[in-house]
Ligand binder design. Sequence first.
Ligand SMILES: C[S@@+](CC[C@H](N)C(=O)[O-])C[C@H]1O[C@@H](n2cnc3c(N)ncnc32)[C@H](O)[C@@H]1O
Length: 238
Amino acid sequence: MQFYEVLAQYYDQVFPLNKHLIDFCLKANHGQKVLDLGCATGELALALAGHGLQVSALDLDQQMIQIAKNKAATRQLAVEFQAADMTSALAQYPKDSFNLVSCFGNTLVHLLSEDTIKNLFSDIYNLLSIQGQFVGQLINYDNFPDKLPQLPLIETEDLVFQRSYQQVDHLLEFQGELTIKDTAACYQNSIKIMPLHSERLQELLQEAGFDNITLYNNCQLDSFSKDNLALYFQAQKT
Ligand SMILES: C[S@@+](CC[C@H](N)C(=O)[O-])C[C@H]1O[C@@H](n2cnc3c(N)ncnc32)[C@H](O)[C@@H]1O
């Protein structure tokens, strides 16, 4: 099995849904229609659908989406899950068709150029209705390249997940290693990501047209500080 097949299988154990994230989204949302980008196995999308919202969600990874679709069927929740690339798939939706767009879990830094992120932000802006909110979360790379953020080891009932960064020019190589406790099977992966700083994130959001941009340390809305490991944001189409 490949690294991502194993990660998909254990995803909800490795990254369980934080209940405060649901509250963050519900508080930001002022309508019915939500789009979750990089939804992985769909827990946030399903939780929001459970609160009566009409949710669409997409992820590049076919396996993650299959797991999400299976969960939707089992829980009898109508979420429109789709395996798709968010950099090209947003054209399928009409303008002004969502009240909330979310992109959590450091998904944005998988896009390797500022132009790609800026185009995505413009697409999201166009998809939102007036007063609509764009919410998301990244690792805070403000101390890159001087001090790379150290990611804590994740240990669950079934596995250990080690994560580290290596600097490669202006990008980071993210190395992940999953070890299954039962079998001691080890799966490794390395991908490039783009360390996006908080100031540049805010500028790119502004350039796409967003207002009322606020950064937080966590989804309980504590004010952002530059030495925090995570960066949550909220931006509005006014
Ligand atoms: C670390 S996971 C975060 C998932 C989830 N949002 C969360 O908070 O747990 C990042 C996800 O982004 C997806 N992804 C990466 N690039 C993508 C793209 N261009 N379009 C859609 N999904 C993408 C990956 O497949 C992966 O499931």
